[in-house]
Design a protein around this ligand. Structure first.
Ligand SMILES: [Fe+2]
Length: 324
């Protein structure tokens, strides 16, 4: 039994973690090359690829072959004692239950569709999101020694965990409302109706799931935690050397505060190296802000690629001309 929360009130129920996400991609071999280059432990399992971080048994993502890259489903974890509360809540919201997608390895828990038709699972499971802020407090290098290692002497960058995902959606406020009502997620910050960030009430990163305005629904990026800014820079170099030279960064976001580098995957979405994202502890009252997008998208960074926010999962949208 998975326990840990003192929760007796239904309104206090909320998921505590993003357990994993699932995609279809047109070429599993290409996906394996990309995510291995990114630093993940990629395993083959029953005709699918599963993404682990090195040293962890947890599956953070599952990729199956399909006609195009497409978000398949999202799985969230909650405390066992909260599952009946979620069931009541879904009933009150008139949200129908669905069968698990055929390729989902775990058909337990509650399955339903979000407002845009994405299959969602809420299941009992251990907390994957940290219980406290980690990775901050980087100290200056000590005096009296050479601090930078020789190039080529460092091990590959391996992210430690999945931090968050950003979904492209047609209606950001409606998505925030749905995920607040159905999953108990809370708004952290937003920029008008262009982008919004939500966190879990049991202590989580500033965002477990974020929403960006688009013509349709799709996965924009998955974000993976690394232990320093140096690791972000080395990760970017690692991707360039592996032939994945397109991306965005190094930079720092304002909402969430994390340092970032986004490596563009073969399907036009991104895997993000992230360091030092804001953390919202359990029980802390966090008042959301809504600054304008032009001074909150990033604090500093090179200019983003012209098509950075384009939704390549939406076949009807027209991609901007990109000069690379
Ligand atoms: Fe991100």
């Amino acid at each position: 039994m998975v326990t840990g929360a003192v929760l007796s009130q239904p309104e206090a129920a909320g998921i505590h973690s993003l357990d994993h996400f699932a995609l279809t991609v047109p070429d599993l071999d290409e996906a394996k090359r990309f995510f291995e280059a990114f630093g993940l432990d990629v395993k083959e399992e029953g005709g699918a690829l599963v993404l682990h971080t090195f040293g962890s048994p947890h599956m953070w993502a599952r990729l199956c072959e399909g006609p195009s890259k497409r978000l398949r489903y999202l799985s969230f974890a909650a405390y066992t004692e909260d599952l009946p509360h979620f069931e009541d809540r879904l009933n009150k919201l008139d949200i129908d239950r669905i069968d698990a997608p055929q390729d989902a390895p775990d058909n337990g828990g509650l399955w339903f569709r979000d407002l845009n038709g994405v299959p969602i699972q809420i299941k009992a499971g251990g907390k994957k999101t940290p219980d406290a802020k980690e990775g901050n407090g980087q100290l200056p290098s000590p005096a009296g020694c050479r601090n930078a290692p020789l190039r080529g002497t460092q091990p590959p960058v391996h992210p430690s965990r999945l931090s968050h995902i950003l979904l492209l959606v047609p209606d950001v406020p409606a998505a925030v409302e749905f995920y607040a009502n159905a999953l108990g997620l809370r708004l952290s910050d937003k920029s008008g109706d262009v982008v919004a960030f939500t966190h879990a009430r049991h202590g989580s990163d500033h965002h477990l799931i974020a929403f960006g305005k688009s013509s349709g629904t799709g996965l924009h990026h998955s974000s993976w935690d690394v232990p320093s800014i140096d690791h972000i820079g080395r990760g970017a170099a690692q991707m360039h050397l592996a032939g994945y030279e397109h991306g965005w960064g190094l930079g720092r976001h304002v909402l969430g505060s994390n340092y970032f580098y986004y490596a563009r995957d073969p399907w036009g979405s991104y895997a993000e190296y992230s360091y030092d994202i804001d953390y919202i502890p359990k029980g802390v009252s966090w008042e959301p802000t809504s600054p304008p997008i032009d001074n909150s998208f990033y604090l500093w960074a090179p200019l983003p690629p012209e098509d950075f926010t384009h939704n390549y999962e939406d076949a009807l949208s027209v991609a901007p001309a990109v000069h690379v």
